[in-house]
Design a protein around this ligand. Sequence first.
Ligand code: BGC
Length: 370
Amino acid sequence: MKSVGVAPSIKEVRMFDHPAPSISQDRQIKVRTLDVGICGTDREICTFVYGAPPSGSNYLVLGHEALGQVTEIGAGVTRFKVGDLVVPSVRRPCTDAICIPCAQDRQDFCSTWKFTERGINQYHGYMTESFVDHEKYFTFVPPELRDVAVLVEPLTVAEKGLAQVWKTQQRLPWGKSSEVDAPRGQGLNAVVLGAGPVGILGAMALKVNGFKTFVYSRSRKPNFKADLVESIGAEYISSEEMSADQLAAHVGSIDLIYEAVGVPGITFDVLRVLGINGVYVMTGIPAPKAPIPVAASEIMRNVVLKNQAVVGTVNADGDAFASAIRDLGTFHKQWPEPLRRLITGRHKPENYQELLLGKAVGIKNVISFE
Ligand code: BGC
């Protein structure tokens, strides 16, 4: 089969002839690849600072954001039928008996760090014509979401992030507002750092949860990302035009910051202005770099005196995938055009070079295997 991958030992990014998979266990399904999204992690793997091939292979098939269609099911499959649209998850459990999270299907919290990740870490990904896996690693996609469901995996980052926020803020009176009908973010301010796919999808999720939402990103207005952000009713603010302190003065109390930029300087600068009892969610994974100066005493004073919580979140569990499909359905009804405009290009697998190694352009670029 056609596939796009990397061979780190010889520092090559290219197409590989990959063997076609077949079902070998009762509860596996075989899926024909439709769309695969490209993200910063893929581009980073292509610089060879991250990612690893499976043991025994000298290459890794890339791709962890996928949408596919079921073409075959094992004898014991109960959740899917041939023809269903599905989205696969990324992380697979370690086999260490001491790892309680993995034993409970919560490998997103794997405690040994011996997990694998499809398309990233020791397990081939989805940038190929078909793939096979246990049915428990898939989520059903309603047919009306066919064109946008490739956005599910990046949206799961926000969904797991929000789940962490609700848990963390149960310490506060407003954290308990899930018991009443009002959306949990009502009356609260959220700032999203970054206007890439994870940032904009996060802003959409915050909006549907009732937060007054601001997106803080570098480029000055007007630009197409700012237009998209404003078309969903969030406010776009350029960091070139407003400092972090001015941002805080403009927003008022910042109850939640959702970092989706992966840039340490801005991440820590904005941490300085998190509000009283606020929560800060980090999702970016910067490449290793030299230390930078940060306002450490100001940050530490604030974290303590203002009861702040800083939480990191990686990967996503089955519940986050289910919430992502549900929220994507809401976005689709509420903002059909902005949602479609998040996908800025659909390309043939043969165009991998410009997409993975060229200048990052647009918002979400997709490789289509159809
Ligand atoms: C993926 C996650 C993964 C993380 C770390 C991200 O790009 O979305 O599923 O856990 O990279 O490898």
